[in-house]
Design a protein around this ligand. Structure first.
Ligand SMILES: *Cc1c(COP(=O)(O)O)cnc(C)c1O
Length: 355
């Protein structure tokens, strides 16, 4: 830290992204990217738009916003496109939370929530999960604080049914409820349909997971026009051109090719069921996932040790050192071939250990 770093950030514990090593070619099952490439038209649209890079992007991302609103069945003034969904999450923390409006979220969830809270000096409370690692919705009903919940949750993969989300939103009418649907396309129930009914609900989504565009940085939020307007005030006070030209064009093409991406999601779901069945056969405990990853542990091998052995075998998974989940690894679902390679490696590692 330099002697110039502001006191207001000096104790900040920054978010640690999953590793992206370049020392050799890994099967990457550690950051929940898609194993499938963007559609051909997505790539062509990006290449065409690159010729216009001399010019600033449209600050309203008008075409993309309209396309997104149409696909999700809401009006345009209910959509805000952002630089990844991390950006809209930060906008929401900045716009609606402060000393007097704290935020609550599950104790085990997306690691960025406490970082956004600390960055913006927002008091926060972490609510423990139930013993089965699910979010107990009753903990949030009528809590009278702002709330952010990833649904499906990460890194557990467990989803709440829509009616429980509605109970949480309905019972906290004076607070903002953010539902982070980064993984909803892999079998969860979206709360977008509730955004017309409740003016305190923000649903966020991303192109990073189900739409093969993690490197393009594109996300969005759907909420009442009033909430969108407030988050736009933050956007125009920080980065009006937050969605660049190439990404906006690629995003538009991706929404036109929605069927391609949703079909990929179905393949991921099949591969997830296959991988879960194989891990169960190998004696693992696997949480019931509606996401593009599995959260699994084995009594025969420590979570950290399995992570290291898999890395030596050229397979990256995500291991967290937090006490309550350190026995587990989060395994992104890749192609069927990726998952067969993973299962073979796990079987060999366990056999060598028992020899
Ligand atoms: C990946 C992820 C995001 C955001 O990713 P972006 O790449 O910034 O869109 C948000 N929430 C959760 C729970 C995630 O796993």
């Amino acid at each position: 830290m330099s002697r110039f770093f502001s006191d207001k950030y000096s104790s900040l514990d920054a978010y640690v992204p999953g590793e992206q090593p370049r020392d050799k070619k890994y099967i990457k099952l550690n950051t929940n990217e898609s194993p499938f490439p963007p559609s051909e038209e997505t790539v062509r649209a990006a290449a065409r738009e690159a010729e216009e890079l001399r010019l600033y992007s449209d600050p309203e991302a008008s075409l993309l916003t309209a396309k997104c609103a149409e696909l999700y069945g809401v009006s345009r003034d209910m959509v805000l496109m952002t630089n990844g969904s991390d950006e809209i999450l930060n906008f929401a923390f900045m716009a609606f939370c402060d000393e007097l409006h704290p935020i609550v979220f599950p104790e085990i969830t997306y690691g960025f929530y406490p970082v956004f809270a600390e960055l913006n000096h927002i008091p926060y409370e972490e609510i423990p999960l139930a013993d089965d690692f699910s979010v107990n919705y009753l903990d949030y009903v009528g809590i009278g604080k702002n709330i952010v919940i990833a649904n499906p949750n990460a890194p557990t993969g467990i989803a709440l049914p829509l009616w429980q989300i509605e109970e949480i939103v309905k019972s906290n009418p004076e607070n903002v409820v953010i539902i982070d649907e980064a993984y909803v396309d892999f079998g969860g129930e979206s709360a977008v349909c509730l955004t017309e009914l409740y003016d305190n609900l923000i649903v966020t989504m991303t192109f990073s997971k189900s739409r093969s565009m993690a490197g393009a940085r594109l996300g969005f939020g759907i909420a009442s026009p009033e909430l969108i307007r407030d988050m736009n005030t933050i956007k125009y006070s920080t980065n009006p051109y937050n969605v660049n030209r190439v990404t906006a064009a690629a995003g538009y093409a991706a929404l036109e090719d929605n069927a391609y991406y949703m079909n990929n999601c179905r393949i991921i779901e099949e591969n997830r069921e296959y991988t879960q069945a194989q891990l169960l056969k190998l004696g693992f405990e696997v949480l019931p996932s509606k996401a593009n990853f599995l959260f699994a542990k084995s009594d025969e091998i420590d979570g950290g040790e399995l992570y290291i052995k898999l890395k030596e075998a050229g397979i990256l998974v995500r291991h967290f050192t937090k006490e309550k989940i350190k026995e587990y690894n989060r395994i992104t679902i890749g192609t069927r071939a990726d998952m067969e390679t993973l299962i073979c490696a796990v079987r060999r590692i366990l056999e060598e250990k028992n020899r």
